[in-house]
Design a protein around this ligand. Structure first.
Ligand code: AHM
Ligand code: MG
Length: 330
């Protein structure tokens, strides 16, 4: 039997030198939040049934939406620990300050608490995405500027996939590592060490329903991915419509995921801070690349919290090819 390595032990043994203490515990906090969200997500249908059959209407209790629950769990596990100076979440219009009654820490947490939550009712996988920056100014309590940092300044990023099993994947800048939650032990165990993209990509992932809203260069790019117009590829298509699940599959099997600009959504749909930048950090660690179609996602400094960005992410040569098509059409 192989040695079992818990996420706690792995983080402790592999933490970067600067990260002794607070940073390590912050990753534990996120792992704990992931367990709580996973427990709730696994009971999503049941909770609804119990709520309807039981007391919720009579006592006036409202079942919380799972994405609101996920947001609150992360916030409450992280706001009082003295490890953070500020947080920002896709579910909150403004930054989430650390209350004055709690000590202020050195890190900034940005997160999408439950990405793809519209898929829950269909029992399709969802995910949490997170990124960690350093505070810009250690003297003051966190401000908006602390959150508006480019992806290249991330010190860690990761995601949790609530799928057939619950998986936490993260990087602190030295490889991408995955841990599967053993529901009986209640522990995340190392299951995917040092994940690298395979040399041969297999899939491209895009919502074809919007084809009529794509630019000319995206139309050409997709034909190229399909092996038409003289290209040598011929990739298969897979699209779940849940970013973490689509990203994770392509990370293991190789390929490219993209959510381009559309005629009616010129900046695409996905958010730079909570979705694109953390995943761009991870894909770089796995040997890949992420772009907005013209430049590296990691080089874009957000100007607002909920800024959207076109996203092309995965195998480097596939992502660079869309930059080439875009340049040619300009
Ligand atoms: P959300 O943050 O509101 O959950 O939206 C993001 C999700 C992603 O998980 C997924 O890649 C995308 O929306 C799918 O959008 P579409 O249905 O337009 O293809
Ligand atoms: Mg989202």
């Amino acid at each position: 039997m192989e040695n079992l390595v818990t996420i706690e032990r792995f983080i402790l043994e592999n933490q970067p030198e600067y990260a002794v203490g607070d940073f390590t515990y912050l990753l534990y906090d996120i792992a704990l939040a992931a367990k709580a969200i996973s427990a709730k997500a696994n009971r999503a249908g049941l909770i609804d049934i119990l709520g309807r059959a039981g007391t919720s209407n009579v006592q006036g209790e409202q079942q919380q939406k799972l994405d609101i629950y996920a947001d609150q769990v992360i916030r409450r596990l992280c706001d009082h620990t003295g490890r953070l100076c500020v947080m920002a979440s896709e579910e909150n219009e403004s930054i989430i300050p650390i209350p004055e009654k709690y000590p202020k820490g050195r890190y900034v947490l940005v997160y999408d608490p439950l990405d793809g939550s519209s898929n829950i009712d269909a029992n399709v996988g969802t995910g949490t995405i997170f990124g960690i920056f350093r505070c810009k100014d250690w003297e003051t309590r966190g401000r908006l500027e602390d959150c508006l940092q480019p992806g290249r300044d991330l010190v860690a990023a990761g995601y949790v996939l609530y799928g057939t099993s619950t998986l936490l994947v993260y990087s602190t800048g030295s490889g991408v590592h995955g841990f599967t939650l053993d529901p009986q032990l209640g522990e995340f165990l190392l299951s995917h060490k040092a994940i690298m993209l395979p040399a041969q990509p297999k899939y491209y992932s895009v919502n074809h329903g919007y084809q009529s809203k794509w630019s000319v260069s995206i139309q050409k790019y997709v034909r190229w991915l399909q092996g038409r117009d003289g290209s040598t590829f011929g990739l298969s298509e897979r699209y779940i419509g849940s970013l973490v699940a689509d990203f994770h599959r392509n990370l293991l099997d190789g390929g490219v995921f993209f959510y381009p600009a559309l005629d009616h959504k010129p900046a695409g749909k996905l958010r730079l801070l909570y979705e694109a930048a953390p995943l761009a950090f991870l894909i770089k660690q796995a040997g890949g690349y992420a772009s907005d179609g013209e430049r590296a996602i990691l080089d874009i400094t957000p100007t607002s919290l909920h800024q959207r960005v076109p996203l092309f992410i995965g195998d480097r040569k596939l992502v660079e090819q869309v930059e080439y098509f875009n340049r040619r059409e300009r």
